[in-house]
Design a protein around this ligand. Structure first.
Ligand code: 7TS
Length: 406
């Protein structure tokens, strides 16, 4: 298929609107992506024609909904090349996936004095759950430093790994810097010491092909809403051997085999980790989003976004007073920047008036902002439907805004 961005934009009805009287330029894709008609339509189709609670029903609608829901599991398995369908656990999103692992893995495997290793560029949702687990288990949280350029300091990583390290939890792509972390190599290093690795794939999953078996990740987490699917649905991939050993996260219906007041036995995978009525409608939306991505081709999407990133980087570098935060040689779809005198929030507010949606602030990565001695940045993040013309609009609007303040 030829990548025709104008044609693809038609699939996203929300993009075709004006805000504050200006055409919308949506550059907040790292926070959430917009949804194509296929996804939106699949959700209304579900609620219009076959909404029903799943797994337990003998009736037509329940069976149809069950089949649809379980077929999403197969689609996700194929999409990330997991070995087994029962290694795919539905969650609300990356945050819930990481909390599940931190809690359940923590209970089983963390003892006083053990260490959990994360990096300095993690989103709060790959920091706080581990802090909580460490506090509960008497374990220690260790942090791999990040260089001025925005890369993981590999030498420090090697030094931090030791016999007390019970798990490494790292992001695949930084939401604040755009750095693509060499997770495959980091996993191989950890595995050579028998340490499992969780990868936070929230910012990678819609920008590059993810193959969990090629990476050899023990856990891989992502959110539907950052890959053109609805909010409220996400995935936890876990290797069977770990998921089998880990205790349930939440108790309730679905996750049990037999319940009595004396003893309850738990269901097999994946249901052991899926307590309660799941989010069937949004799971169906996730399947449509995956099919949409596949119909375009992940390589095509990555190529287009890389062109946008390169172009935006060149343009922003031409603006006096602008400094890019995060200059790794290996970046994806995110560009963070500051102005030497004007506060990001002030620029962001004016850009909004000009129709441009960017994000300002610490991007839920406060320790990383502290690392660079800044309070926050402006962040433009790209998706398959963004264009160079939109980057030109950002460039011109930034010049205009900076002029206003000087
Ligand atoms: N991990 C990373 C790397 C993220 O970027 C985010 C969300 C999360 C985890 C949490 O995902 P959730 O879907 O469970 O909320 N990142 C952002 C962001 O950069 N701006 O808004 C949300």
């Amino acid at each position: 298929m030829i990548f025709d961005v104008q044609k693809l934009r038609v699939d996203f009805p929300i993009l075709n609107q004006q805000v504050h009287g200006k055409p919308l330029v949506y550059f907040d894709n790292a926070a959430t992506t917009q949804k194509p008609n296929d996804v939106i339509g699949s959700i209304s189709d579900y609620y219009n024609t076959y909404n029903s609670n799943i797994h337990r029903g003998v009736h037509f609608l329940s069976q149809k909904a069950t089949n649809a829901y379980e077929s999403v599991r197969d689609t996700v398995r194929k999409f990330i090349n997991a070995e087994h369908r029962h290694e795919i656990i539905f969650t609300r999103g990356t945050t819930e996936s990481i909390n599940l692992i931190a809690t359940s893995f923590g209970k089983k495997f963390l003892k006083p004095g053990d260490e959990v290793l994360i990096s300095w560029m993690e989103h709060h949702s790959n920091i706080v759950p581990w802090q909580m687990a460490c506090e509960e288990r008497g374990a220690l949280l260790k942090v791999i430093p990040v260089s001025d350029k925005g890369d993981i300091e590999t030498d420090s990583y090697l030094k931090l790994l030791n016999e007390k390290t019970k798990i490494v939890a790292i992001t695949h792509v930084s939401n604040a810097l755009g750095t693509i972390v060499p997770v495959k190599e980091m996993i191989a290093t950890a595995h050579s010491r028998n340490i499992p690795v969780l990868v936070d794939g929230a910012q990678a999953i819609s920008h590059q092909q993810v193959d969990v078996r090629d990476l050899d990740a023990d856990f891989y987490c992502f959110s539907g809403h950052k890959m053109y699917a609805p909010m409220g649905i996400g995935i936890l991939y876990g290797k069977e051997k770990w998921l089998e050993e880990m205790p349930p996260y939440q108790g309730g219906g679905e996750m049990i085999q037999d319940v009595s007041f004396v003893r309850t036995t738990y269901n097999e995978l994946p249901f052991k980790f899926e307590a309660g009525t799941p989010n069937v409608g949004d799971a169906i939306g996730l399947e449509k989003a995956i099919n949409y991505i596949l119909s375009i081709g992940m390589k095509e999407i990555a190529k287009h976004e890389h062109e946008l990133l390169t172009y935006a980087t060149e343009e922003l570098k031409r603006i006096n007073g602008i400094r890019i935060i995060g200059n790794s040689d290996n970046k994806a779809a995110v560009i963070s920047f500051i102005h030497e005198t004007i506060h990001p929030y002030d620029i962001g507010t004016i850009l909004d008036q000009l129709g441009i949606a960017i994000r300002t602030g610490n991007h839920c990565a406060q320790p990383l902002m502290d690392r660079y001695g800044i309070q926050g940045t402006m962040r433009a993040s790209f998706a398959l439907y963004n264009t160079k013309t939109e980057i030109d609009i950002l460039y011109n609007s930034l010049l205009r805004t900076i002029k206003m303040f000087s």
